[in-house]
Design a protein around this ligand. Structure first.
Ligand SMILES: Cc1cc2nc3c(=O)[nH]c(=O)nc-3n(C[C@H](O)[C@H](O)[C@H](O)COP(=O)(O)OP(=O)(O)OC[C@H]3O[C@@H](n4cnc5c(N)ncnc54)[C@H](O)[C@@H]3O)c2cc1C
Length: 437
């Protein structure tokens, strides 16, 4: 019984992964993000048992996390339970667990619920926030990689407004209202635009005693321009739009320190702010057990088939994979289309592998990049055309709605967007405290 490995939980009770062993090969996928679910789906007709392991029991649609953080969408509308996604897939098993170690010699994983063995392992563990060893920011700023983190941002913004009402000192009050976003990539820009809308259209009606003309929103980035991975036209358009929302842009500027109240920039400026959001960097979410020489820039080195370098039965896809080629010397960008396309290619390759046929190398088809900056305004860079404004905004809405997992989520998000658009309101300005502080 290779999978009867057991551990004990904190109460001392024995727990076991308890997955029956069959004569079919076992493919274990770590991580149910864009890559993990696309692969598991693609394996539905493959003669293998497919086991998905994730620390959560749901898939998170990360591109809309900023809307949860700014009270535009409820958390439930951008996540979807794995058991619902795969309810009709007979060769699929799910276990909720944290994978702590890969043991390649033994073909096993060490997880929080016990050991799980595999014939083939696919690591799709995505990425984590990278603070570049800046402890101040790790300690005092908030990042936005998960539902709990996005909810924590919403809670803090609103809780600081509640606190601001109680403070008489004007400087201190402003500090509680001010928000700084570190990072001017798509996440930072989208966040800043949504905050600009909150400040103009929503918060003044809720907090009539506060003067929102005094509230400052700042974006800080080391690069010369916002959206540095997009075209200069997209950058200029995003900057112009954010300036209309009176967002202060600090480009070619580094953040130096933050103590929870005062943020210091490399140009000497000090900003008083109780809410600092870190959107400045991610690194692959690597798991212990793989030789360090196979990790580059926090990602696993893979060959053209997404196979871990030197391994026979371990594959890596999505954000955590670094496929280094002449065209991609730093690996592919950490984007959802890369993760999905690698997963689909690997699903086809598993049918080839199990039939002893040659594998297809991965070739990325770049569908373009887009970012929304605010109401009626987005920027879209496709290979053959670049555009911005209202049409780009509708394209952005459509693409995100169509990529969301689950029909219910599509409907809920669409209704929320329509409500927010026509009413200039957000229905979700709740401060939901965790049960235990
Ligand atoms: C705020 C934000 C906005 C974004 N916006 C866009 C966008 O507009 N367009 C775009 O293309 N991309 C966007 N991205 C990037 C995109 O979300 C990622 O490229 C994509 O999610 C990568 O997919 P993945 O499957 O590799 O990893 P993920 O989607 O991150 O999934 C990884 C999964 O692994 C699980 N996991 C990790 N470690 C463990 C472990 N040890 N044990 C068990 N489970 C584990 C996690 O719980 C998670 O479910 C955005 C990302 C963020 C954070």
């Amino acid at each position: 019984m290779p999978n009867a490995a057991t551990e004990h939980d904190r109460s001392g009770e024995e727990i076991s992964v308890n997955i029956p062993t069959t004569s079919k090969p076992r493919i274990v996928i770590v991580g149910g993000g864009f890559a993990g679910i696309a692969l598991a789906r693609g394996l539905r007709r493959v003669h293998a048992d497919v086991i998905l392991i994730d620390q959560n029991n749901y898939h998170t649609f990360q591109p809309l996390l900023y809307q949860v953080a700014t009270a535009a969408l409820e958390a439930e509308s951008i996540v979807y339970p794995f058991r619902e996604i795969f309810r009709n897939q007979d060769n699929f098993f799910f276990r909720m667990a944290n994978v702590c170690e890969i043991m390649p010699q033994a073909n096993k994983l060490k997880t929080s619920i016990g050991e799980i063995d595999y014939d083939y392992l696919v690591v799709a563990s995505g990425s984590r926030t990278n603070y570049f060893n800046m402890n101040d920011f790790q300690e005092h700023s908030l990042s936005m990689k998960s539902i709990p983190e996005a909810t924590a941002i919403r809670n803090l913004i609103l809780a600081n407004m509640e606190k601001a009402l109680l403070v008489k000192d004007m400087e201190e009050r402003e500090g509680l209202m001010n928000i700084v976003v570190i990072g001017g990539g798509p996440t930072g820009v989208e966040m800043a635009g949504a905050l600009g809308e909150l400040r103009i259209h929503v918060l003044p009606d809720d907090y009539k005693e506060l003067d929102f003309k005094r509230m400052q929103i700042h974006v800080v980035d080391m690069q010369e321009r916002l959206l540095a991975t997009m075209s200069p036209e997209a950058s200029a358009s995003a900057a112009e739009f954010l300036k209309k929302y009176e967002v202060n842009l600090w480009l070619k500027t580094k953040v130096l320190s933050y103590d929870g109240k005062i943020l210091t920039l490399s140009n000497g400026k000090k900003i008083l702010s109780g809410t600092v959001i870190w959107a400045a960097g991610v690194a692959g979410s690597v798991i212990e057990g793989i030789k360090p020489e196979l990790v580059v820039g926090g990602r696993y080195k893979v060959d053209a088939y997404n196979r871990l370098e030197g391994a026979k039965n371990i594959f890596v896809i999505g954000d955590v994979a670094a496929m280094l080629t002449d065209k991609t010397p730093k690996g592919h960008p950490m984007l959802a289309p890369v993760a999905i396309q690698q997963a689909k290619n690997l699903a086809v390759n598993f049918t080839h592998l199990l039939a002893n046929q040659p594998l297809n190398p991965f070739a990325y088809r770049d569908p373009g990049v887009m970012a929304t900056v605010g109401r009626n305004h987005a920027v879209v860079d496709l290979a053959w055309i670049k555009f911005r404004g209202v049409i780009a905004w509708f394209v952005w809405l459509f693409v995100h709605l169509m990529t969301l997992v689950g029909f219910r989520n599509k409907v809920v998000v669409f209704v929320n967007w329509a409500w927010n658009y026509f009413s200039y309101d957000r229905g979700l300005r709740l401060i939901i405290k965790p049960a235990k502080q």
